[in-house]
Ligand binder design. Sequence first.
Ligand code: SF4
Length: 470
Amino acid sequence: MPPPEGTIARPQDSGCHGGRETMREAARAAGKSAVLERLAADYPQGPHDQPQSMCPAFGSLRVGLRMRRVATILSGSACCVYGLTFTSHFYGARRSVGYVPFDSETLVTGQLFEDIRDAVRRTAQPDAYDAVVVINLCVPTASGVPLDLLPREIDGVRVIGIDVPGFGVPTHAEAKDVLAGAMLRYARREAEAGAVARPRAGLAEERRITLLGELFPADPPGVAAMLAPMGLGVGPAVPAREWRDLYGALDCVAAAAVHPFYTASAREFEAAGRTLIGSAPVGEEATADWLDAVGRVAGIEAARIDRAKAAAIAPVRAALAANPVSARMIVSGYEGSELLVARLLIEAGAEIPYVGTALPATPWSEADRAWLAQQGTHVQFRASLEQDCAALRDVRPDLAFGTTPLVQAAKEAGVPAVYFTNIVSSRPIFGASGAAALAAIVAAQTRGRERFGRMIGFFAGDAAQAEEVC
Ligand code: SF4
């Protein structure tokens, strides 16, 4: 039954474990059908509905907290907000997270929306902020709290309201895209309406490629060096670090979806008339293909593209030769770079029968999937922990790059394993430095295999138990 006019629904069965379909039905009844349809189209689910990872809203929160002069306010249950702020500070946010609390009464009567609007008004100080972001978590989304009715701007401070429910956004990676896409949409319309500010750090004079993805700091300059022989540079990346960087990101020749799940952001680049380029410059083959694609989109003559490829590939080839990898591995994660990491490792000599990623297949990961399939690698999109563990048992690798529970299961089975997010994603991946960095991780970790074997022998009873973890 729809809620009485002027009120909003209170879902009876709420929370991460509260019945996803119940929450969806509540959200639809509360007027959020269009939001849910957009999320379902941008972030398709299946074969199962949600990988086992942290609260998806963390992705949006992190994007907001990493931006200068942006305030981020959560609207959700206190337990969700506690977990999200804890995780934010664990990852070094060093910024306040805004929170508008609610109770049954303020939720049901619609007072929560009034409270959010008051909080936004108080926060929107133009001397301190360029934008205020409000994130509806599960219960306010399911209850239909209408963030689209917030003022678009207060004293020049932009207001961005987004719904990021766990029952609509499958992973925290895609939640980054929800906020990045909403900001790009706002910034694109500002740029279309008139003059906008230049990025604080200025813009490269060359025509620019915008990189989509949270990258290791050394990677964008490395990519810029690869592009330089074609007379191209890189602009500010998305997710952006400051509002005015969004204009610089949109002002590009093409956007490179090096992390291939930024669907909403890609839509904004396309609306701005920019071409999207898939895959990324990792290893030899992908670097050559990627530079070809960039050169074609930018209208660069073939000889100049070839010069750029020669200059970029020679050091990669040397780094791969100097840092060979000899290991049987599985790779799994939820960062979006899993396929690229596997490509690089295989070129370095690794055998990788299985790659799992929590993200869906997109047009921008297709070239990498096809290349890996040619090498005999099974790529599992929307991989579940059960599928990763089954691969661990089947492949019996020398080393696993994986999510926290997979790493735990691997170590308990005596297989060296490293956490993809903290170890692999915190290293360069592009160019020669990427090849060297990954090989160093593999070499350091596989040396521990014998030690694991001794421990397993010592704790033989526990090891048998560990086999049951998967
Ligand atoms: S907001 Fe996150 S933590 Fe809270 S119920 Fe939804 S998915 Fe779970």
